[in-house]
Design a protein around this ligand. Structure first.
Ligand code: ZN
Length: 609
């Protein structure tokens, strides 16, 4: 059985890449700079019995699912510190594995609670082409077991997911990630259902994500690492990362957890990487990817992403984005240090971390910021460690394109803008979700939101919303996004007397996941379930009135109601198009008659203030 997929391109890529040239199928990439650092000492010698599959290729390639699982099984059999268990299944039926590392040899994520130590969960391959975390994690687990690093487990536990998007991981090719310098074989970004798991945290459509949320609930990690690789520009940084409320710049739902990351995690990780020859930096996006001098932006994100979701769950969550243009070997070594120093920080400052999480879970903020923009927040300036570039007119695109030149260049005082919330939601006392929305109730249950189920019908006077001007999410049109017809809407507040049938649920916001419930159930939040298309049925009008019936009804309304008549006259005067449109004129009366469907555009969830 060959564990490794050595091939001619593999060998060629390795030799030429370390010599400082791009080669192989991606010889169109910008020049790569030679790199050496102390972290190279982490790679074991070829005769080491615990060499990982990727190390055998010089960290240029990555093993497939079966070979990864086989290697981990062998490791588990050889050390009492490491166990592996299933936490779910993919859409195609592959087992999703989580590795459990603890000094007590706990066999399940839930069993870790018994040792009283905080747990860190590191997840590789949510985008399975971006697989650095898997090969780094295998090396670190090996070193915990056999190379003197078991002390990392003195005060912390490690949960490690080698491959989250396992179906995508097996859609492997040399042609999947054009912007990324290795490994030779890369998985695919989305699942076998073509879903992007890093847009699925709130709506949780994918079986993989449903399994992940179950694992988060069962293990309740104190720190969650989501390991990726960038696309985008060339620059000197090799290991970039980010989290919500970085530097206290935009408080979100878990400001104390973020303050812990600022105070303990960030300096420790940066120091570990710098000492070993890496260049850590903050993860950002360019304002204009054809002109870096226009600046960059970074900041909070929506809960469809791991970081935004972790913030709402009060699990400090860090997004790692390794620089795609750096060779695989350099990226894997940086990821190893990143995971190792994160675990060390959790162990050394676990008491502070747990206190921060507990305080975030107890807080009940009056306002919840949502709908984060992109670079519309406060501006600062940074000395950016970039790469020189020139412009040229591409005969292919016909416009100016960027050519990266490979030479380091500091862009002094580059503009860095933050993100700003588009809306701050009020905190009501509770929501009432009707039994007619079982998929909504199921999602609340999946996330672990607490609610009370009505045993009998209840009639309550309650606030409700009527949607105002709901429209398809800009840019979507006919094409769904993540298999859903998403929408944005305004709302008009109403007070109504409403009967909720038995089986309906009342969701109080005075609970640790109250902020998450608010974001899921307020229609104006971009990641609300309504925004994701869970309530599309209320957009349709289902009863009609014939013209020969509405005309005499309208005439009677005009005669009986002088105020309505005056309103109609004013409308005719002000709106010529309306005045010329018989259907619109009759519709105007229908909407004001008692026959009109008063549930049209009515959001069926009650809001108890
Ligand atoms: Zn990614």
């Amino acid at each position: 059985m060959t564990i490794f997929r050595l091939s001619v391109p593999t060998v060629g890529f390795f030799i030429l890449a370390t010599a400082g040239f791009a080669a192989g199928p991606q010889d169109f990439l910008p020049p790569v700079r030679p790199w050496h650092g102390a972290s190279e000492a982490l790679i074991v010698k070829p005769d080491n019995p615990w060499i990982t599959p990727s190390e055998k290729t010089g960290l240029t390639d990555s093993p497939n699912y079966d070979d990864t699982v086989a290697w981990l099984r062998k490791l588990c059999a050889a050390t009492p510190l490491v166990k592996m268990t299933e936490f779910g299944r993919t859409a195609q039926g592959r087992t999703l594995y989580v590795v459990i590392a603890s000094q007590e040899g706990a066999a399940t994520p839930a069993a870790l609670a018994a040792n009283g130590k905080p747990t860190m969960l590191a997840q590789a391959g949510i985008h399975s082409g971006e697989i650095d975390g898997k090969d780094a994690g295998l090396m670190l687990l090996r070193d915990i077991a056999f190379a003197g690093k078991a002390g990392l487990l003195d005060h912390a536990n490690l949960l490690f997911i080698p491959i989250f998007n396992a179906d995508g991981h097996e859609r492997s090719s040399e042609w999947n990630r054009p912007n990324q310098r290795g490994p030779v074989h890369q998985g695919w970004r989305t699942t076998a259902q073509n879903l992007n798991l890093n847009r699925d945290y709130v709506k949780a459509d994918a079986p993989e994500m449903q399994a992940m949320i179950g694992l988060l609930r069962a293990s309740d990690p104190a720190l969650y690492l989501d390991l990726h690789v960038t696309d985008g520009l060339d620059y000197q940084y090799d290991i970039t990362y980010g989290y919500e409320d970085w530097g206290g710049e935009q408080p979100s739902s878990s400001p104390r957890g973020s303050a812990w990351l600022d105070r303990y995690f960030h300096p420790a990780v940066d120091a570990a990487l710098q000492q070993a020859g890496h260049i850590p930096g903050r993860y950002f996006d360019p304002t204009n990817d054809r002109d870096l001098t226009e600046g960059i932006y970074a900041g909070n994100s929506s809960p469809r992403f791991s970081t935004g979701y972790g913030d709402l769950r009060h699990i400090p969550t860090v997004l790692l984005e390794n620089h795609s243009l750096k060779p695989y070997r350099q990226r894997v070594l940086g990821t190893y240090l990143f995971i190792e120093s994160a675990l060390r920080s959790v162990g050394e400052h676990g008491a502070e971390l747990r206190a921060a999480i507990a305080a975030d879970r107890t807080a009940r903020p009056e306002k919840i910021p949502v709908n984060w923009g992109s670079g519309d927040g406060p501006e600062t300036h940074v000395d950016f460690l970039g790469i020189a570039y020139e412009d040229y007119v591409s005969p292919a695109s016909g416009v100016k394109e960027v050519r990266w030149l490979g030479q380091p260049k500091v862009y002094a005082g580059l503009s860095l803008k933050g993100n700003k919330p588009g809306l701050r939601l009020d905190r009501p006392k509770a929501y009432w979700v009707p039994v007619t929305k079982p998929e909504v109730i199921a999602r609340l249950k999946l996330h672990g939101v607490q609610y009370e189920t009505l045993a009998e019908p209840r009639t309550v006077t309650i606030d409700m919303y009527r949607l105002v001007n709901p429209k398809a999410h800009p840019g979507e049109g006919f094409h769904p996004f993540e298999s859903r017809h998403t929408l944005t809407t305004g709302v008009q507040r109403l007070t109504r007397t409403e009967t909720f049938s038995a089986g309906s649920v009342r969701v109080p916001t005075d609970q640790p996941l109250g902020n998450l419930a608010i974001v899921m159930l307020e229609p104006e939040a971009n990641d609300s379930l309504l925004g994701w298309g869970f309530f599309s049925e209320i957009l349709q009008r289902t009863e009609y009135i014939e013209g020969y019936v509405i005309a005499p009804l309208a005439e009677k309304m005009l005669a009986d109601d002088p105020k309505l008549a005056a309103e109609f006259a004013a409308k005719l005067k002000a709106d010529e198009k309306f005045a010329q449109d018989p259907t619109a004129r009759l519709q105007w009366f229908y909407e004001r008659s008692k026959f009109y469907d008063d549930r049209y555009l009515l959001y069926p969830v009650g809001i108890e203030r």
